[in-house]
Design a protein around this ligand. Sequence first.
Ligand code: KMH
Ligand code: ZN
Length: 312
Amino acid sequence: MSHTIISCAVTGSIHTPSMSPSLPVTPEQIAEQAVAAAEAGAAIIHLHARDPQTGRPSPDPALFRVPVEALRERTDAIINISTGGSAEMSVEQRLAPARHWAPELASLNMGSMNFVFTAAARRVEHWQHDWEEPYVLGSADRIFANTFAQIEYTLAELGALGTRFEFECYDVGHLYTLAHFADRGLVQPPFWIQTIFGILGGIGAHQENLTHMVRIADRLFGADYVMSSFAAGRHQMDFMTAAALNGGHVRVGLEDNLMIARGEPAADNAQQVAKAARILRELGREIATPAQARERLALRSGDRGAVAGRSS
Ligand code: KMH
Ligand code: ZN
């Protein structure tokens, strides 16, 4: 059995600073948590950036410098930069960080959708920043746009840098969208598919849905894909376990869940990675090193830094 790849998404666009003091905000905080997550067993680190003053999701490539350099200097982890950014950003803004840093991996969201996270506001009694509450509640009236033209543009722009993709699939139709791009020869196997459950607007966090997604991926891609899965929110760890039992890979991180157990806030990202690694080992799985993940996903490996050597 191949080793299980753990990804960690350390910050992101769903949660805001008022929801948890553990959520990393400044480039230095993001760097420290990213390095600790890698040391705890995450082979892949998925990065977003935030305005250090307000914590608002930011597409500024300069804000990625400290985390990217820390990961490159202090770990062997695979860097995966978001092209999802936030639904408020233009496509050009969303592509700017990956264009600048040419990471080995970038996320690529496989369909336009409702992406509603208003429930995340429930536990907040006091908002620290003016933007937070309207931003969170506004998710009920925003479309997360990922049109076929935008997907094709992203594939061309970042593919030219040698970046490969984490195909984020929030519903079964997104697998068919990926198959469409595969049929046109615009994406190359092995396809690294991240199936996402429990986002309001996407497929729900029921384990039958995971089984179905795996069955359809088998039908569409045969041996040409590698699947990872996660559920947003409280189903994070049971879905992580179910994904591993199905032979899949897993993603955790404060980007999608702020808790370490029911009612217990996570101290940081590394705590979630360590818990996932512990459960996986108890199930008899071995945790993939970055080198093993690179080989499995056919990433750039040897020329790491040659394309992506920009320093500012
Ligand atoms: N937090 C995930 C549900 C991206 O960065 O491209 C969405 C995500 C999108 O990771
Ligand atoms: Zn993300």
